[in-house]
Design a binder for this molecule. Structure first.
Ligand SMILES: [Zn+2]
Length: 412
């Protein structure tokens, strides 16, 4: 596995009518090309069927078959049990299968106990994710008492003063959970009085770390000034754009994104951290994919053509170098597919829907075979949402309604 990605040998575009007419006899022969020529509806049924099978496998491997499940060692959404619950909730939204909601609720309950003493405060790696998904699950189950329990637990989360600012362990990871509750439970669930001081701390920290005349906001995590979605600027700017900001704060967010665009690599990819010269990673966590999602959001928020163009450019990098030798959401093909879904939502351009379809077809056709042959890495936690096939199942479910697709725990 010398290279990080497979060369993309799929056609740049296959139109839907061309696809439908080629699906009869005399069409292309290899299985991937055949999938690419299926009409969208037929393909999305296939993806959904595969997703539901994968979901069963994920549940079996991460939770077990007995109703009480296994003991939860890792409660997080990233690699642990909450990721399985999140996948079940997604499946419930699509199929309305009450068993999915019930099992989701049981798993969140186990995560609630397992995370009670955790000092982690974010949606993806901490207690906020458990309480927020718990609240949403309780709302859908019509269980007011349980909803009250999770919201009280959420409101008891305390942010340590030395918290970093990034998404996986830091302040914006907590804020994202607040936005999630306000969007999905009730719009005033978490008030601005709670989020505003956190936003102020983030802006203050970013201005302190910035050097005059360069980037208006800068942050450090474990001694490095990261740029990507998981630990750096892309993730922090993404979440800030959902907050109520003062005009000067908005200008700083805009200026930070302009700085990143101006200083990207000649290839169009983005450095994983300030000053890094190795143009290697094309992941959601580090590199163009995570930045692309933030640029799509910036184009929506600011209506600025430069952000749209930069998002499109980042999408080209993902198309050419994004068929990674991993399946997951964080640093795998599934996560990279969301870039095209996001560009499709923004532009309504069917070429992006095709590209999302192409990446999903590659996964459907080849991922499990390539993993079993050792040509693709199965992930350190092979059934998890962010590193494993849990993420692939989630993506396949999202392909059913591509305009409603959102990168899990990142796009609201
Ligand atoms: Zn990653």
């Amino acid at each position: 596995m010398a290279d990080r990605f497979f060369p993309n040998e799929m056609p740049d575009f296959v139109a839907e009518d061309e696809a439908s007419s080629a699906s009869g006899s005399g069409g292309p022969n290899d299985s991937l090309t055949k999938l690419l020529h299926l009409p969208y509806k037929t393909l999305s049924h296939k993806l959904q069927k595969s997703a539901l099978d994968l979901k069963q496998m994920v549940v079996r491997e991460t939770w077990g078959l007995s109703p009480s499940g296994k003991r939860v060692n890792d409660f997080t959404l990233y690699t642990g049990a909450l990721g399985t619950a999140f996948l079940l909730f997604k499946s419930y939204q699509l199929t309305k299968d009450a068993n999915d909601l019930k099992l989701c609720s049981q798993i969140v309950k186990a995560c609630d106990s397992a995370s009670a003493d955790s000092g982690r405060v974010t949606f993806i790696c901490g207690r906020a994710g458990v309480c927020a998904l718990g609240a949403l699950t309780a709302k859908h189950a019509g269980d007011e008492r349980l909803l009250g329990h999770y919201l009280r637990q959420f409101k008891e989360i305390k942010l340590p003063s030395d918290l970093p600012n990034e998404l996986l362990y830091g302040r914006v990871g907590f804020l994202w959970a607040c936005s999630f509750l306000n969007k999905h439970v009730d719009k005033d669930t978490i008030s601005a009085a709670r989020t505003k001081p956190v936003v102020d701390d983030i802006i203050k920290a970013g201005r302190r770390m910035s050097s005059k005349g360069k980037c208006p906001l800068m942050y450090e995590w474990h001694g490095k000034k990261y740029w990507g979605a998981a630990h750096g600027l892309a993730g922090i700017m993404h979440v800030l754009m959902d907050m109520e900001l003062k005009p000067d704060e908005l200008e700083d967010v805009k200026g930070t994104l302009h700085y990143m665009i101006k200083n990207r690599y000649p290839s169009g990819n983005y450095p994983s951290s300030e000053g890094s010269e190795s143009d290697r990673l094309v992941h959601w966590c580090h590199g163009a994919p995570g930045v692309a999602l933030t640029l799509v959001k910036a184009a929506e928020v600011f209506g600025d053509k430069e952000f749209l163009q930069a998002a499109v450019d980042a999408g080209e990098v993902v198309w050419n170098r994004g068929i990674l030798k991993r399946v997951g959401i964080c640093h795998g093909i599934s996560g990279n597919t969301y870039v095209f879904l996001s560009l499709y939502r923004l532009t309504s351009n069917v070429e992006y829907l095709y590209r999302a379809k192409a990446f999903a077809c590659f996964l459907l056709d080849r991922a499990q075979k390539l993993i079993s042959e050792g040509k693709m890495h199965g992930g350190d936690r092979p059934y998890s949402l962010f590193e494993g096939i849990g993420g692939m199942a989630y993506l396949f479910l999202d392909m059913t309604e591509p305009s409603d697709a959102r990168f899990p725990a990142y796009e609201l």
